[in-house]
Design a protein around this ligand. Structure first.
Ligand code: SF4
Length: 391
């Protein structure tokens, strides 16, 4: 979802196009005011990704968004008090073949306008500290809302029920998937910044996707939405639910055996390859020859570091043994050459992979498996390890 104002057309278009370039399949924009829906037609002209208009409270905004030609409306019927107004939106979407996401959210599920009803719902919720009551309330609301749509013979609906707690999110979506046949949009709401929100979001969404639950999802951060797209894609790739685009980077976590500044090397390899390689090439950056060869087995390109050196392999063939300062450049060049050969039809990814059985390439790295195993590893020069990501 975009983070900026929808009525600032140039900025909104730029944000949507950045998200689309990062791999977003759908982008949602907020339309709280008339000036936001007034901007939609121009935004749609300048973008190529389906746009969802997020409407709260004002049914007129939904009608204006439909008129502008958006691809989907996100609506919570509970936020629009007049049923005739909700019906008008449903009918407009039906005429245009536009789907509607019907969402309930932890932040708005408890009544906010009717004080007596609110106290009653809060009392019931907090009397039972388990998430059971909240989930039951969400399902009840969704059933109520779906009745409105079914009454209008409108079935192009997808459902969402968002909470901020990963375990409760898993529970509610499992319950919803058993109860309803409609497609589901997954997500954890107000998950926080990327640093803490990533685990919260991905813990819930990945568990559900692995169960086969969910048709669309959003990873949501209080941060640049491009990060939401990047992390969402990485999740799909990691679960094997979508073919990877770009490098599949394997890197050892490092331990007391490393003899190069692997943290800096890995970050530099990651950023450089992200800019230059668009094939799902498997690249391994390993700190030593103890576990490195086994863990990198199957990589198209690999480097194994030793005492301030690295040996680079491409498709199972050793192509270079270089000092630490030359590893990055040689590795990038090896990846680019492989990409060119693949594009020229001379070879394929995964065709010939790294397969190294220790003790080779032991002696060449200055430390070697046997020396590491015997505890006889001396560093040629003192090593400084960078513990923060390079800019
Ligand atoms: S590959 Fe070597 S340096 Fe890296 S974590 Fe494994 S044993 Fe340690």
């Amino acid at each position: 979802m975009t983070a900026g104002y929808t009525h600032e057309v140039d900025r909104c278009v730029a944000e949507i196009n950045r998200m689309a370039a990062a791999g977003a399949d759908i982008v949602r924009v907020a339309t709280p005011e008339r000036k936001d829906t007034a901007a939609l037609a121009e935004i749609l002209r300048q973008t190529r990704v389906p746009i969802v208009a997020d409407v709260h409270f004002h049914f007129e905004r939904a009608l204006e968004a439909v008129e502008a030609g958006v691809h989907k409306i996100r609506l919570n019927p509970g936020n629009i008090s007049d049923r005739a107004h909700v019906n008008a939106v449903i009918d407009a979407c039906k005429d245009r073949g536009i789907p509607i996401r019907v969402g309930v959210n932890e932040g708005s599920i408890i009544e906010r306008r009717d004080k007596k009803k609110r106290l009653d719902e809060l009392g019931r919720f907090f009397a039972d500290k388990q998430d059971g009551h909240l989930i039951a309330l969400m399902i009840t609301k969704l059933e109520e809302y779906l009745e409105i749509f079914r009454d209008r013979d409108f079935h192009d609906v997808c459902l969402s029920a968002k909470l901020m707690d990963a375990a409760s999110t898993i529970d509610v979506y499992r319950a919803i998937s058993e109860r309803f046949d409609e497609p589901l949009h997954l997500g954890v709401t107000h998950a926080g910044p990327r640093e803490t929100g990533a685990i919260r979001s991905i813990a819930a969404v990945s568990a559900l996707l692995a169960d086969g639950i969910g048709d669309t999802f959003r990873i949501s951060y209080a941060s640049d939405p491009v990060h939401e797209v990047e992390d969402g894609l990485e999740l799909l790739w990691s679960l094997g639910l979508r073919e990877r685009k770009g490098v599949d980077l394997i890197a050892c976590p490092t331990c007391g055996r490393i003899q190069v500044d692997l943290f800096t090397l890995v970050q530099n390899v990651r950023t450089k390859l992200a800019d230059t390689i668009d094939l799902p090439m498997k690249v391994a950056v390993m700190g030593c020859v103890v576990n490195g060869p086994g863990e990198a087995e199957g990589a198209d390109v690999a480097v194994f570091a030793g005492d301030r050196r690295g040996i680079i392999y491409v498709q199972g063939e050793k192509i270079a043994n270089v000092p630490e300062e030359a590893i990055l450049e040689q590795l990038l060049s090896a990846c680019l050459q492989l990409q060119d050969r693949i594009r020229a039809g001379e070879t394929r990814l995964g065709e010939k992979r790294v397969e190294i059985i220790p003790p080779d390439p032991i002696g060449e790295l200055g430390s070697g498996f046997e020396r590491i195993a015997s505890g006889d590893v001396e560093r040629a020069t003192p090593l400084t390890i960078t513990r923060t990501d390079p800019v």
